[in-house]
Design a protein. Sequence first.
Length: 339
Amino acid sequence: MKSFIPVLSSVLLFASCSVNKAATQYETEVWRPAAYALEKNWAALPQQLDPSDEIPQPLLTDYKKDSSVDVFFIHPTTYTGKFHGRWMADLNDEKLNTKTDESSIRFQASVFNEFNVYAPRYQQAHIQSFYTEEKQRGQAALKAAYEDIRTAFLYYLENWNNGKPIILAAHSQGAFHAKYLLREFFEGKPLQEKLVAAYVIGLQVEPDFFSQLPICEDSLQNGCYLGWRTFRRDFEPDYDLSFRRSVVVNPLNWKADTSYAPVQLHKGAILRNFNKVYYKVSDAQVHEDLLWISRPKFPGSRLYKSRNYHIGDINLFYLNIRENLRARVRAFKIKNTGG
């Protein structure tokens, strides 16, 4: 799974799976469930000011808050860099928390901030967990990380949701946990009726992972899930075969087929400069288990050599996602309340 970790260019800042030079030396490691009654264990909450509340300047005039809908966001792996044997992140690691906030919370969770954003910190598994030869250790770390997510979600449901519609959103390792959260709490259960949609982005979602939860096949469908993994057109990553099975939805036309979406459908990306919107950056087309795009167009883009755009899965399509959220929420409200 060598292609899982993308190359980060100094020209372009995307927002996940970047390099953490502050990885600490492993001494002892005892996993304990996180306490989600403590606000410090949340990277984003509606009742606190945090990077998820930031709005790119060009979007300020169009911003309107809708507090009748919640977003539960699971951030990607930010515990990366050289592996020293500590499989899980320390919730009290201030440097890591700052890295999470300045990358995925600002550049990804903020996409959803027209609604109430809840994003737990969690004892995320080190990036090594996804491709280590010590598979049992890696799987154990991911399982323990999911227990944090599960605990956070239960606390959120019991204390803050109050029956509101839910958008589930996640990227990369967050998407790994979101799949299991969907299967445990939503699929075939009453909570599925409250699901606006699940944006499970940046990791494979196998076609047979869910038996009842449908894939979103258009821009307005509710109670469904969608996702994609972004690569340069004609590039085939050297993933193991098990990673080459995934459903894909195109974030430019919101279809699950292979129809081509031209660059004119690209609404805008947020890249290195959070307050700069780049319009008509790329086209998009589903290719088997991948989303293929042409080389993104922005100043200096020809210096960006990577063909794996994993770290830009969300912010490359920032405005498309933002507009789609409004459309799905509107459809959900019409269907459930008549407006």
